[in-house]
Design a protein around this ligand. Structure first.
Ligand SMILES: NC(=O)C1=CN([C@@H]2O[C@H](COP(=O)(O)OP(=O)(O)OC[C@H]3O[C@@H](n4cnc5c(N)ncnc54)[C@H](OP(=O)(O)O)[C@@H]3O)[C@@H](O)[C@H]2O)C=CC1
Ligand SMILES: O=C(O)C1=N[C@H](C(=O)O)C[C@H](O)C1
Length: 344
């Protein structure tokens, strides 16, 4: 065990807001913790896309109670998504292990999320610290929102120490990522898109591609995505859509994604509200028939990050259940999570 671990024994945080006084039960989705109706409306406010969320909810309540007893470690807490996931986890009373990692060395680094100190360890301590946390916290699940440059090394580390993980980080060498998990026979949920309405849209395209391959043969594509300037790679969600478009017969590759990162253009040409320049994901796919008489347009615009954080927590809960039940299948995507009704 590293000396840092001894100096900083991890304390499991169990914080909830909007506490519900009813006892937890299968029928009571408040599960003795938070009232999810409030969070449901909060999420509706934060979404700029119009989707029928109600279809999968029961008056805003989740269909099933969830076992929230597993510890969660969020990797990437120096970044935006890492912090958002910690907030979402604490909001439903999940136990967050207040440790995270960074690509940079530096002693005694701490980031605060909602008043909670999270100890940050650099690359030289990372392996030992994580291995000892896995020993200390039975049932530990990791959620990773780091950077494309970290995806493969991080996944290899999780597989080496034997911790199930949710990989929300996009980019990196995706083939190597899937190979790593497959060869390690590890439990993981991997998806470039964690937001429920968009996972549903992707599932729709998966269905179309399976049932009607080639039905958009010859259609001419245009793909545009706009994200905050700090985004390092092209949209992983757009890449996933492109895979389905290819199966539908559209000639397109990832290089054709038009990435908009200039704030002025985002406001003026794309229509991103000024207050969301630093946190948005707008996508537009336009498909025109060869004779130009038919055009299809698919657009999904998201402001803020809460939707992804909520979905990541759903994925972590789903994965914890799969580990607990020793499921034979070990590698999942978010369509699997949605299909089993695990997205609140
Ligand atoms: N699947 C989904 O639905 C979504 C995916 N994403 C993806 O998540 C990723 C993160 O996004 P976002 O939070 O906005 O990005 P940020 O740039 O805000 O944060 C990324 C953080 O990762 C840290 N980091 C880099 N390398 C490592 C490493 N080896 N170990 C630990 N931490 C590391 C960096 O900190 P430091 O400099 O300290 O190393 C940085 O703070 C992106 O790939 C993005 O596309 C985002 C939203 C939704
Ligand atoms: O970096 C982001 O912000 C996002 N990344 C994911 C992607 O690349 O598809 C999901 C969403 O677009 C937000």
């Amino acid at each position: 065990m590293s000396s840092l671990m001894l100096q900083n024994p991890t304390v499991l945080l169990h914080r909830g807001t909007n506490r519900c006084s009813s006892p937890p039960s299968d029928q009571n989705p408040c599960a003795g913790g938070d009232c999810r109706t409030i969070r449901f409306h909060h999420r509706m406010r934060n979404l700029s896309i119009r989707s029928e969320l109600a279809a999968d909810t029961n008056n805003g309540m989740p269909k099933q109670s969830q076992n929230l007893s597993f510890p969660l470690l969020v990797n990437g807490c120096t970044g935006n998504m890492g912090k958002e996931v910690v907030k979402a986890a604490m909001n439903i009373g999940l136990r967050v292990v207040p440790v995270s990692f960074s690509s940079r060395e530096g002693p005694d680094r701490v980031v605060q999320v909602d008043g909670v100190d999270i100890k940050i360890h650099g690359p030289s301590e990372r392996d030992d610290v994580l291995a000892s946390l896995v020993q200390q916290h039975q049932g530990l699940v990791v959620v990773d929102f780091t950077l494309p440059t970290a995806v493969n090394e991080n996944a290899e580390l999780y597989c080496k120490v034997g911790v199930p993980f949710v990989m929300g980080t996009t980019g990196g060498d995706r083939e190597r990522l899937f190979r790593t998990v497959h060869e390690a026979d590890a439990y993981a949920v991997i998806s470039p898109q964690m937001g429920k309405p968009l996972v549903a849209l992707l599932a729709g395209f998966e269905y179309m591609a399976r049932e009607f391959p080639g039905c958009l043969q010859g259609f001419i594509p245009q793909v545009m995505e706009s994200h905050q300037t700090s985004k390092k790679d092209a949209s992983g969600t757009a890449k996933a859509f492109i895979k389905y478009l290819q199966l539908l017969g559209v000639k397109i590759d990832e290089e054709q994604i038009n990435q908009v990162r200039d704030p002025m253009m985002q406001m003026e040409a794309v229509g991103v509200p000024k207050e969301y320049l630093s946190a948005h994901a707008f996508h537009m796919y336009n498909l025109t028939s060869p004779d130009q008489t038919v055009s299809l347009e698919i657009q999904h615009n998201v402001c803020g990050r809460s939707m992804y954080a909520e979905g990541s927590i759903d994925a972590a809960i789903f994965l914890a259940k799969k580990v607990q039940s020793k499921a034979d299948k070990k590698l999942y995507n978010m369509i699997d999570v949605l299909r089993e009704g695990n997205m609140r």
